[in-house]
Ligand binder design. Structure first.
Ligand code: SAM
Ligand code: SF4
Length: 325
């Protein structure tokens, strides 16, 4: 699919649950009423959507949440997605708490990549950010993932707390471990609006001052929005997903499917297509699903609205855990 701004749409993020076992302050700081199971798209419904999406050129699927590993049967969903004609990569974004438990099954199912969200390596900071002491489990999950044939990435969202933002320890992970550490700018979605993020130029400047020979790695620039840098002697790269300071929309290649079946053309706007109504309505044909997917691609705006004037009622009101990031 090509959108109105000539961007190829080949990536779909699918959030399979709005539940989570952490309470990140900028995402889901309080327990909220989660969707009843009947309101979630079933795996059969998700697979139908993916079959049509693949026929339209979607190649990469990211499973996300809430915390996706809280929903039963993720490895089986991965296995079935991997055998869907046209889908070339299936990856997962997780907070890592349950990763060790499901890693063998995910790898046996053929998962290509695992992204683990980790904002701090400091026990106390981690607890303050996520509400739980789970850092050791997550670190274990990262190391175990590295011993498997999967791509491992770390995603870190840093909040400006007044002092030096904690990027150094996270960046240092890429020195000895073959993984990419990616800094994601905090977006003003849901509770993200109540915090100040760290602009990426600040981290980049710190990297330049700390590491001689830091160079932008254009070769590892994937289809997505991350910009990568390499440091001599490091096994992994440092990436930036700069939603705000460097407006990443130019390279946007994605559509999103929320747990309750809304197709979202853009993270920032409330608008979307109710795919569940189609899947469970009178016209539940493959053509109707396909039409909805094409309509979502056609609805993609040129850019997000985080930094501009936001039309009344147009801004996304869901919390990030209900969208999938
Ligand atoms: N629970 C999983 C996890 O944490 O990886 C998957 C869902 S989570 C919503 C996906 C990603 O969104 C995480 O990396 C998280 O840090 C990020 N995120 C959540 N709220 C955000 C915000 N307001 N701005 C930027 N990223 C955000
Ligand atoms: Fe849960 Fe992920 Fe949101 Fe943290 S960022 S509350 S782990 S969904």
């Amino acid at each position: 699919m090509i959108d109105p701004f000539n961007r190829t749409i080949d990536y779909m993020r699918i959030s399979i649950t709005d539940r989570c076992n952490l309470r990140c302050v900028y995402c889901m700081p309080r327990r909220t009423r989660s969707l009843p199971e009947a309101e979630l798209l079933s795996y059969e419904e998700i697979l139908r959507v993916c079959t049509e999406a693949a026929a339209l050129g979607i190649r990469f699927i990211k499973i996300t949440g809430g915390e996706p590993l809280l929903r039963e049967g993720v490895p089986d969903l991965v296995r079935r997605l991997k055998t869907t004609a046209g889908i070339t990569k299936v990856s997962l974004t997780t907070n890592g708490v349950l990763l060790s438990r499901y890693l063998d099954a995910l790898c046996a199912a053929g998962i290509d990549g695992i992204t683990i969200s980790l904002d701090s390596l400091d026990e106390e900071r981690f607890r303050l950010t996520t509400g739980y002491q789970r850092l050791d489990r997550i670190i274990r999950g990262i190391h175990e993932s590295l011993s498997r044939p999967v791509t491992v990435k770390i995603n870190a969202v840093l909040i400006d707390t007044g002092g030096e933002p904690e990027w150094r320890g996270l960046a240092e992970l890429a020195r000895t471990l073959p993984l990419d550490v990616r800094f994601i700018e905090l977006m003003p979605i849901g509770y993200g609006r109540t915090f100040k993020g760290v602009a990426h130029d600040r981290i980049l400047q710190g990297l330049h001052e700390t590491y001689a020979g830091l160079t932008q790695d254009r070769a590892s620039q994937g289809a997505g929005p991350a910009v990568y840098y390499r440091i001599p002697g490091f096994k992994g790269s440092i990436g930036f997903i700069s939603a705000l300071s460097h407006g990443f929309c130019r390279t946007c290649n994605r559509i999103r499917l929320t747990p309750e079946g809304m197709l979202k053309p853009c993270l920032c706007y409330a608008s979307g297509i109710d795919l569940k109504a189609i899947l469970r309505g009178p016209d539940k044909t493959n053509e109707a699903i396909s039409r909805a997917l094409m309509e979502a691609a056609a609805m993609k705006p040129l850019s997000h609205c985080f930094t501009g004037t936001i039309p009344q009622g147009a801004l996304e009101q869901r919390v990030m855990a209900a969208i999938g990031g």
